[in-house]
Write a protein of this length. Sequence first.
Length: 135
Amino acid sequence: MAILSKEEVLAAADRVPEELEISEWGGSIMLRALTVSQRAALLETAKGEDGELDTERLTVFGFIAGVSEPKFSAADYDGLAERSAGAMDDVIKRIWSMSGIDTEDEKDVKEDFSEGANSGSSSTSRKGSRERSRK
């Protein structure tokens, strides 16, 4: 495999939309992987008043950031917070997976984000990143 140029990396179409069927809602939505800047913004937005990560905020704002169609915004927060936890979890798990965030369960996601917040960085665990970097 050839080494990519900087221009090729910056131009790569690495956020391919994906359709996800949500049977509880009777249809599908389109998802996209989060960008690095979206992930960092999500980390800040998901903090509660006490500075700790809030599971509800992480879920709802993660949904808003990762669903590309239909488009949601912060104005939809209350309505999204009242959706089925099972359906929302299905969406969030897929968004995390598409974004390369290690997600054995939501606790792992919260720990990943908390570690980034505690270290002063917005980095999170990446599934297989250590293996990929050794190749």
